[in-house]
Design a protein around this ligand. Sequence first.
Ligand SMILES: *Cc1c(COP(=O)(O)O)cnc(C)c1O
Length: 350
Amino acid sequence: MITFYPGPSRVYDKVPEYVRQAYDEGILSINHRSPEFMSLLEGTNQLVKKKLNVPDDYQIFYLSSATECWQVIAQSYSGLSYHFYNGAFGKKWFESTKKIKPLTIGYHYDMNKVLNLSELDLSGEDGLICLTQNETSNGTCISNKRIAKIRKEYPYHIIAVDATSSLGGTKLNIENADIWYASVQKCFGLPAGMSIMICSPYALESRNDCRKYYNSLNAIVENAAKSQTTHTPNVLNLYLLNKVLSNVKNVSKISQVLNERMTAYLDFFSTKSELTPLISNPKVRSQTVLVLQGNPELIVKLKGEAKEEGIILGNGYGEYKNGTFRIANFPAIKNKEINLLIEFLDKSIN
Ligand SMILES: *Cc1c(COP(=O)(O)O)cnc(C)c1O
């Protein structure tokens, strides 16, 4: 089966080999307070920084999921939390924060429009600005330029960015925001069960002193200072991330490749009248998740026929469940798999 699902998604072919290596090296049974673990963690931090162009003074943490990052952020910052969203994941982040913090404000904006700074009606002089850089449900993104503008306009707010389906695939200017996070089952081509959170010095010094939870940022930071974690972590996934990052190119290169692939997809679909990209504005169209809309019956038929040929298309998400399907444009997917998909679609649609 070739999967184009945008998470969990295709894992790298080498994953089974790395799992075997982890077993043979005894990694699966090492103590997470041991020097072996600490050096694995430090090595992985360095690779994350190098391959994703993370500024030197930012710190890297490993949590269990993007959803856990929502919770950690909500319980670690006391001020207002402003959420700007145009789709299902951004909305879920807003709703999950609201359960923890009463001072949470959500602004919905049009998915075909660039997030407009004048829509940012922030009453407080500080607080969190929460953005979903790549909205996996509708295939939109927020550009580096736009995030840089927000940074400039709001230097004292903590800017937190959900980059779950773009970190590792899209070139992101990490210095323009304070908190970035992603889980590894999207652009890192790994099995689910771990997330990466990247924090600026400003994010770390602004955290509150909440110690009620095992996953308070305080506990996470204190453990990370010793190259350790608050609990027994997903050592296997950390090892796999280390291996994958050792073998991939810098994200700037990966981003170029994904951009070319996306252009090829869009050129192809421009010749097909039965399917159109859900997002018509190229300025906000994601580079890593393509959402196509068409007649719901055609979409059911296409997904069924694709499956018979060994190709899994991503279901539409949330309110777009029936009228769309999704194609992940993630780094682990191979050119020859994309060619097979295009061949299949070419013969199946007008
Ligand atoms: C997949 C996804 C999540 C949730 O990730 P988990 O690892 O399941 O917590 C959150 N935000 C976005 C944008 C996503 O694509």
